[in-house]
Design a protein around this ligand. Structure first.
Ligand SMILES: Cc1cc2nc3c(=O)[nH]c(=O)nc-3n(C[C@H](O)[C@H](O)[C@H](O)COP(=O)(O)OP(=O)(O)OC[C@H]3O[C@@H](n4cnc5c(N)ncnc54)[C@H](O)[C@@H]3O)c2cc1C
Length: 435
């Protein structure tokens, strides 16, 4: 947990999700020493899903978060449940992980939305789940060609993606600027902070203990066990599960450097007038576009709009880029000119060099799962479940993810320094291609 993360904390308070989430009794501060079977560090989707599975298997498990349940990306996200790995084409994924893991990784990814909606049903989690489909719109002809050829391959693997063109894509999106896209029927959305809190409730009911405001400051090997230290307590455990994603620090050497933390941002309106919103996403699809500096959005039941895009940290370590997002959104949906953008917030995600989620087991009894590259709402649950299975004894080769070593990302420092210039450059490329 970095000092700068405290600055981002205040922005959580300006989030629509924070204002409207179902309540959860906060976790206590960890202040006594004890012995458990597993410690999960991080109370986001990854950590909570792992804890739920472990607790249900009869394991004594504690979850420890530096702040609170859903405080990280999980409770701040766009809440879009997208069953598709980002960035790589199917051929690239096959090359990166080999044919065996290609099969298992793509299957768990394509099933990830169905699995999450099923989980929500099973545990009766009150988080506004909707599975109305995800509309992925193309920003240029080249993007259209790539999306079409990838969709054909994903469809052979069971994705059921449908191409849409012309008036149909304009009708489904409510924007006149898109000419083509793909509908992914299994996609949908959730209120993400309510989901995190509901998952925490389910994990507690199954016997997991959840501690808040307890940053883990050190991990030591203690014979065959691990010692997990916070300022006030020491917990001895057989397994440590690191579920810290974009908030990873130097707690375990090298983990933070294996990812590039990026800062997506979100804006949301007050409820809008029927004439402002009538045409936008009339069938309740979620939407995202294919640009490098992506726009993604959803329409809420109470006729609010929620938009997301790329941001960056300003010199005070606050999320920035909101004005550009408002400008971009009103260019795409001119109906929204002058509306009240009441909510603005951001958070940190983890980008990996190969753009795939990473499963690591750097030491016996210590495992980590992270790096969803901005598509973690569904995928983090898959990872969390498999982290738990590994701690319960599943062999690494039976997991859908290859177990990889922790490697520093190339040119990470330069990429972090140059983030806002890189964003400007990518916006320009997007604009030139969209003409
Ligand atoms: C603004 C935004 C929009 C997004 N939109 C989408 C979307 O629409 N769809 C999608 O699929 N994905 C989206 N994502 C990505 C998605 O939210 C993440 O991939 C996912 O939530 C990661 O979950 P996680 O549990 O691994 O990590 P997080 O939810 O980030 O949780 C990590 C936790 O670790 C804790 N922690 C860190 N260090 C320590 C320590 N030393 N001790 C104790 N605790 C520690 C943190 O406090 C934090 O709570 C978005 C992310 C953001 C920020």
């Amino acid at each position: 947990m970095l000092e700068s993360d405290h600055a981002l904390y205040s922005e959580h308070q300006n989030s629509l999700w924070f204002e409207t989430a179902s309540a959860l009794e906060p976790g206590a501060v960890l202040d006594s020493d004890f012995d458990v079977d597993a410690v999960v560090i991080g109370a986001g989707f990854t950590g909570l899903r792992a804890a739920l599975r472990l607790a249900e298997a009869g394991t004594r498990v504690v979850v420890i978060d530096a702040f609170d349940v859903g405080w990280g990306a999980s409770g701040r996200s766009g809440g879009q449940v997208n069953p598709m790995l980002p960035f790589n084409t199917p051929d690239q994924i096959r090359k990166l992980v080999g044919p065996g893991f290609f099969e298992s990784l793509t299957q768990v990814s394509l099933n990830s939305a169905d699995e999450l909606f099923e989980l929500i049903k099973t545990y009766k989690i009150d988080c506004q789940p909707r599975q109305n489909g995800w509309l992925r719109v193309d920003h240029c002809d080249k993007a259209r060609r790539v999306s079409r050829s990838n969709a054909e391959i994903w469809n052979r693997l069971g994705a059921d993606m449908q191409a849409v063109e012309g008036d149909e894509v304009r009708r489904l999106s409510g924007s006149a600027i898109y000419r083509s896209g793909i509908v992914v029927p299994k996609g949908g959305s959730v209120q993400p902070l309510s989901l995190a809190r509901g998952l925490a409730r389910a994990a507690r009911d199954a016997g997991a203990e959840i501690y808040s405001r307890s940053p883990v400051s050190a991990l030591h090997r203690n014979g065959a066990k691990w010692l997990v230290e916070t300022v006030r307590a020491k917990v001895t455990t057989d397994w440590v599960i690191l579920a810290t994603n974009g908030y990873s620090d130097e707690l375990f050497s090298g983990l933070a450097k294996s990812i590039l933390p990026l800062v997506p941002i979100q804006i949301a309106t007050a409820p809008l007038k029927p004439e402002q919103i009538a045409e936008i996403l009339p069938h309740g699809h979620t939407i995202s576009d294919t640009r490098r500096i992506i726009m993604y959005a959803r329409r809420e039941r109470d006729d609010r709009m929620v938009f997301g895009g790329h941001g960056h940290l300003d010199k005070n370590n606050q999320a920035a880029g909101f004005d550009w997002l408002v400008h971009d959104v009103t260019r795409i949906f001119p109906q929204l000119e002058g509306v009240d953008w009441r909510y603005r917030w951001g958070g940190k995600i983890a980008l990996t060099e190969d753009r795939l989620p990473h499963f690591h087991e750097p030491k016996p009894g210590l495992i980590a799962g992270l790096g969803y590259n901005g598509r973690g709402v569904a995928m983090s649950h898959v990872m969390g479940k498999w982290l738990a299975e590994r701690a319960l004894g599943a062999q690494p080769e039976s997991l859908p993810f290859p177990t990889t070593s922790i490697k520093a990302m190339s040119f990470r420092g330069i990429q972090m320094m140059g983030e806002s210039s890189a964003i400007r450059w990518m916006r320009l490329l997007d604009k030139l291609e969209s003409k």
